[in-house]
Design a protein around this ligand. Structure first.
Ligand code: SF4
Length: 348
């Protein structure tokens, strides 16, 4: 099925009908679609590193990194490039195929861009897929990231357009869609999804998936997050999502975007093994190890590998890049590593 053969005209009524099927019918349909496009026993593994933490000017009500809320989070300036590359090498050594770097910014500044571009080139030269999430981009910044070899840009829509204003007031839904359009125009892959458990309705969950599936091309990666309730954020007391409703959302995402990787994302650590197994059955085929992987002995990674083993799941191999592009990235990174002055002063 080519991108153009995929559907981009989903209606609210159709999507609600998918959600409202009996659970077993929905899962059977989702698993059937999944098997047409993916090996059902492979799950892609990404690693996430926060390259700049906290003090974000945006007011996303779910986020401990927002400067609007007092969550006791330790703030950190932009990491030095070499430290990021060291963390990427460690992630690769334990099996990650994609390295995602996130910065708590409204948008990257011109001063930060050279360091960010070096990170992309360096991580790519290690043979990892690269992903970044840096906030809103200009067309020029997007082109520079693409030129450096960035594979994916993460920019979540979070929820439906109708509910968005209840969660974030410092930017608009159309800002988000504009950045996604720049990313697509520059030839990069899109990672975009949302969060469940913020007080949204079923209509809002359907609305989010409709926005994603009705983009001119489906995002290659669709993270579906379960709200992690953090003390100090306005959503700290929200009601838990019924795990079956969460699984239903994964299944509907799988049916609507059959060729996308659907990622079981934040909130996974709070799920038991049975819920995670059901999520894989519903068509989720990507996980984050999370950034704890890089800072602790990481019992979570051990638990993940044990669960994979018990379920007969194997990590998905990395997509091969064009060799010439890969070699160019390696050479560029080697040149940059010799320019030590840039590394020393990477932190802003
Ligand atoms: S833009 Fe990102 S880092 Fe900033 S508050 Fe929102 S979710 Fe958090």
């Amino acid at each position: 099925m080519t991108q153009s053969a995929l559907r981009h005209d989903w209606t609210q009524a159709e999507v609600l009908a998918l959600f409202q099927q009996p659970f077993n019918d929905l899962l059977f349909q989702a698993q059937s679609v999944h098997r047409q496009h993916f090996d059902p026993n492979r799950v892609q593994v990404s690693t996430l590193l926060s390259i700049k933490t906290g003090a974000c000017p945006e007011d996303c009500k779910y986020c401990p990194q927002s400067g609007h809320y007092n969550t006791g989070l330790d703030k950190e300036k932009l990491m030095e490039v070499q430290k990021v590359l060291d963390e990427a090498a460690r992630a690769k050594a334990i099996g990650a195929t994609r390295f995602c770097m996130g910065a708590a910014w409204k948008h990257p500044s011109d001063k930060d861009m050279p360091y960010v571009l070096q990170m992309v080139r360096g991580v790519r030269a290690l043979g990892l897929e690269t992903c970044m999430t840096l906030g809103k981009l200009t067309r020029e910044q997007t082109a520079a990231l693409a030129e450096a070899g960035l594979d994916y840009y993460n920019h979540n829509l979070d929820t439906s357009p109708e509910f968005y204003g209840n969660i974030i007031t410092t930017r608009t839904y159309s800002d988000r869609l504009q950045t996604l359009a720049y990313v697509r125009d520059a030839g990069m892959k899109i990672c975009s999804g949302g969060i469940l458990g913020m007080g949204e309705s079923l209509q809002d969950r359907a609305g989010l998936l409709i926005q994603l599936a009705n983009l001119p091309e489906h995002p290659e990666s669709v993270p579906i997050n379960m709200l992690v309730k953090v003390k100090g954020t306005p959503l700290a007391e929200e009601q838990d999502v019924d795990p079956f409703d969460f699984i239903r959302t994964l299944a509907v995402a799988r049916i609507m975007m059959p060729k996308s990787h659907v990622r079981l994302s934040a909130g996974r650590e709070q799920m038991n093994d049975q819920t995670q197994a059901l999520a894989f059955f519903a068509g989720a085929n990507s996980i984050f190890y999370g950034d704890k992987l890089l800072t602790t002995a990481n019992p979570q990674a051990d638990r993940d590998m044990l669960l994979f083993q018990r379920l007969g799941i194997k990590p998905e191999e990395r997509e091969e890049h064009d060799d010439e592009v890969h070699q160019a990235a390696i050479e560029q990174a080697l040149v940059e590593q010799r320019d030590s002055a840039l590394f020393v002063n990477a932190a802003v």
